[in-house]
Design a protein around this ligand. Structure first.
Ligand code: HEM
Length: 261
């Protein structure tokens, strides 16, 4: 393909670059910081899952992790320390870029109304069904910045992360700050937090299986967008046609990029 693409939306005289910056270094750093923290937190967290009545992982995993860390104490401390680093890191990003990046992202990603949820679930079902050769003839609406499956993932990650952070903080702080015999509410909240913490993690993990598969196999160019910040316009034209149209129009009006640093 030539160094420059001719615009396909209109006069045809304007020229576009082959790739365009769609994400800045701060957004990329947050994503990989978050993913790195998740990796350590999931590996250590599953190593702490040792209940006798119900287990979230096969017994060998907690045994392996506790063997590696020389017991439960260090494993818990590493889990708590990385959890606190994750919370502080994400809160710092939110505070520094609330208006410029976070609000526009939340506006784009959050699935809030029942109608939006039903529609997003249906489109996600079609996208996943197509992996199995189903729904080929079903026409999907053109995508803007994120498709329905990505919006569902984003919503799950945002709401799930709030639940994980709050329940994790309660599990960590309550035993040293509260006197449990004084009120049965403290104990009930503790048990609810254990359940909420695990449920939110598992919900996000299920969504992440699809997220990582699509990012590394089906939509590989998107990975470049999360590495360098640049995406090919050809990929945008194919996968995000509404956004592509907007970019073309912005170029025509003299704006060089969608979200510059
Ligand atoms: C090996 C692990 C991961 C890979 C390869 C990966 C890859 C990617 C890629 C390529 C994108 C851009 C998607 C696009 O523009 O179409 C993305 C976005 C995103 N990822 Fe991941 N990811 C990983 C782990 C995670 C984890 C652990 C989380 C959260 C717990 C996460 C949450 C998100 C969210 C919310 C977005 C949307 C943000 C945006 O578009 O700016 N990812 N990821």
């Amino acid at each position: 393909m030539s160094e420059q693409l001719k615009t396909q939306a209109g006069s045809g005289s304007q020229e576009l670059p082959e790739r365009i910056r769609i994400r800045d270094r701060g957004g990329i750093a947050l994503h990989w910081f978050n993913a790195g923290c998740w990796l350590v937190l999931v590996l250590t967290g599953l190593g702490l899952s040792t209940g006798d009545s119900w287990r979230l992982v096969p017994a060998f995993w907690p045994e392996l992790m506790q063997g590696l860390f020389g017991g439960n104490r260090l494993l818990i401390n590493v889990h708590i320390a990385v959890g606190l680093v994750w919370i502080v890191g994400v809160l710092t990003y939110l505070a520094l870029r609330w208006r410029s990046h976070v609000v526009p992202f939340l506006h784009e990603v959050l699935v809030v109304t029942p109608r939006d949820l039903t529609r997003s679930l249906w489109i996600t079902g079609v996208i996943l069904g197509r992996l199995l050769g189903l729904f080929r003839q079903v026409e999907l609406p053109p995508t803007y910045k994120l498709n329905a499956a990505q919006r569902l993932l984003g919503t799950t990650v945002v709401l799930g992360s709030v639940a994980i952070a709050l329940s994790g903080l309660y599990l960590f702080l309550a035993p040293s700050l509260l006197s449990f015999p004084d009120s049965s509410v403290y104990g009930a909240l503790y048990r609810t937090s254990v359940l909420l913490h695990a449920a939110a993690v598992y919900l996000i993990l299920m969504a992440l299986v699809a997220h990582i598969y699509f990012s590394t196999v089906e939509h590989r160019p998107a990975l470049e967008g999360m590495r360098s910040g640049y995406l090919s316009l050809e990929f945008l034209r194919r996968e995000r046609p509404l956004w592509y149209q907007e970019i073309v129009e912005r170029y025509r009006s003299g704006e060089s990029s969608v979200r510059d640093e």
